[in-house]
Design a binder for this molecule. Sequence first.
Ligand code: DLL
Length: 444
Amino acid sequence: MDIHVSKSIEVPFHPLSAADYLPGKQLRELQLQRLKRIVKRAYDHVKLYRERMEERNFTPDQLRSLEDLSRLPFTVKADLRDTYPFGMFAAPMEDIVRLHASSGTTGKPIVVAYTQRDLDVWQEALVRAFSCCSLHKRDMIQNAYGYGLFTGGLGVHCGAEGLGATVVPISGGNTERQLMLMKDFNVTCITCTPSYFNFIIERGQEIGYDFHRMPLRVGIFGAEPWTNAMRHHMEEATGIKAYDIYGLSEIVGPGVGCECAAQNGLHIFEDHFYPEIIDPDTGAVLPDGSLGELVLTTLSKDAMPMLRYRTRDLTRLITEKCPCGRTIRRIERISSRSDDMFIIRGVNVFPSQIEAALLAVKGVMPHYLIILTTENSMDSIEVQVEITPDLFSDRVRVVEDMQKKLSASIEHTLGLRVRLKLVAPGTIPRSEGKAKRVIDKRHQ
Ligand code: DLL
């Protein structure tokens, strides 16, 4: 029997989304009022903040406008590590109801804390994010972000419940089970990292699932950078609409910002998370529209206020009106982190540029790996990528042609020649969480 599944629906307005449409003046007043409270709380309860403010002869009562925020010092990841585990908490443990942690690149994790009120704010942000993605209480959300200390699983879970949707708390991994439940339960929304969804698509196609015939209509992907080229690949393969969601443990977890139907930038829920863009080298605040490092201040978080937290994520603030009507500002999708960048023969390279160049060529699969090595004391870069199984098993000429096309596409994007290796389908390790795209063997 031929089943026709309609993937578009009318979405009722969620009352919590009203905050997304506040007139500019009212929003600024609310932000200032919340900022004053949180800066005082940080000064009163966190030694590190008090000492830093004292060094600058700054007291919370000097904060009279949002512009005064730039007089406050930045907070960086190392501050959280240096005060491990609980040194940044501004609430007594008896008021803290949840801890999460994120593994840093070295040693100890960083620990983040929430009061019940903080969890309510987080849930509110996620309900607003899901509303941006056209979800409502009749949706069924399969949550394939990892549950545990990572904020993705429990964060999205509570957001889905707040919306009144039905949540399937499957966590990451066990891909065949994911596919079975997705089909049997008539799931309408999947949430996971974009790299994991690519794996789900691949496995599903191998064992004969037709995503176009399933009710799945929305995917909400984040926790790692991904490109528009990747979005097109996923939307085409499944018929869903793929939305970008942003967040980080230090601020709250997922739900700091999210795309709306316009899919052109992520709305920041800026009545709770105040954004600035700075020059990563000088720390100067840049005018709207400039590319720089995103700095975030939590306006409502009681357990662990973050003042001017340097995210290392590179983006710009978009102030133009969004066609969706929301008045809160947007950020451009995060292209990269400043610490993801590597320099090869004097050229600055971001993995996302390589992803875009590869996926611009038809027949390429979204599975790639960048390997950095040193040869004769020169840095060298190899890109390994998979192509579709039928192309791979085709004549040598076809494969050589493909190789040439891909090399040219990367050279055109980066202005740099790289060694390109087409590898057999299934060779590159698949990820069930955040993908590891770069292997740096230069200093081994
Ligand atoms: O990844 C929180 C999260 C979970 C966000 C689920 C979205 C969905 P962390 O593990 O602390 O928290 O990692 C935060 O991941 O600073 C960015 O570099 C990166 N990141 C998160 N979302 C995006 C995104 C979670 N949509 C770090 N695009 C951030 C690009 C992202 N990078």
